[in-house]
Design a protein around this ligand. Structure first.
Ligand SMILES: [Zn+2]
Length: 199
């Protein structure tokens, strides 16, 4: 006999699809929402709907934005000769908070990890190369995470960028090895940006 209503099971199933959420946590979240007296469920539903309806990728840098081009790409005060390449939109946020960089960005949306099905064509690599080929870019800063996949992705990008005659740099040491850019504090990140080295 089915004792759990289908609508409850459905939400547990959907939560379970999220990264880092097992079935137990999914069930806990679902029952928390069921018991919650405020309009949290309604606000959550609205937020989820708006997430897809109002956001898109910037057609230049592929950061997540409500306006295309995004505020960074549209800002005439930014240095358009530099592109900082990051893995995820959250990394843009981290670099912006460090307040040390005034160029543009390019979001790859992942790293090369063939074992996880992430190949060159799954990332925004072709779009990056097209931007550089388009001219006006003097420096590409490879700011992928200091993990083995991040380093490997940076090496691949270097091999593709070098023939284009652009200066390629990598963030300086000081970032926690194996860590994520998004968790680095602003001081560490600004030091890494200032200490970037040509590769
Ligand atoms: Zn943009």
């Amino acid at each position: 006999m089915q004792t759990t209503p289908a609508s409850v099971t459905r939400l547990i199933d959907e939560f379970s699809e999220l990264p880092g959420i097992g079935r137990k946590t999914a069930a806990r979240l679902t029952f928390f929402l069921l018991r919650n007296q405020s309009d949290l469920t309604g606000r959550l539903a609205d937020a989820l709907r708006e997430l897809k309806e109002r956001t898109r990728f910037c057609s230049i840098c592929y950061n997540i934005t409500e306006d295309d081009p995004c505020p960074v790409c549209a800002d005439g005060g930014r240095d358009r000769s530099a592109i900082c390449v990051v893995e995820e939109p959250l990394d843009v946020l981290a670099v912006e908070q460090a307040d040390v960089y005034k160029g543009l960005y390019h979001v790859l949306h992942g790293v090369l990890a063939p074992s996880e099905g992430m190949f060159v064509e799954n990332l925004r690599i072709g779009e990056l190369l097209a931007r550089v080929r388009g001219g006006g870019v003097k420096e590409v800063i490879l700011a992928t995470n200091p993990t083995s996949e991040g380093d490997w992705t940076a090496s691949y990008l270097l091999s593709q960028l070098r023939p284009l005659g652009v200066r390629v740099t990598r963030l300086g040491r000081g970032l926690p090895v194996g860590g994520d850019l998004e968790y680095a504090d602003a001081v560490t990140l600004s030091r890494a940006m200032e200490g970037r080295v040509e590769i």
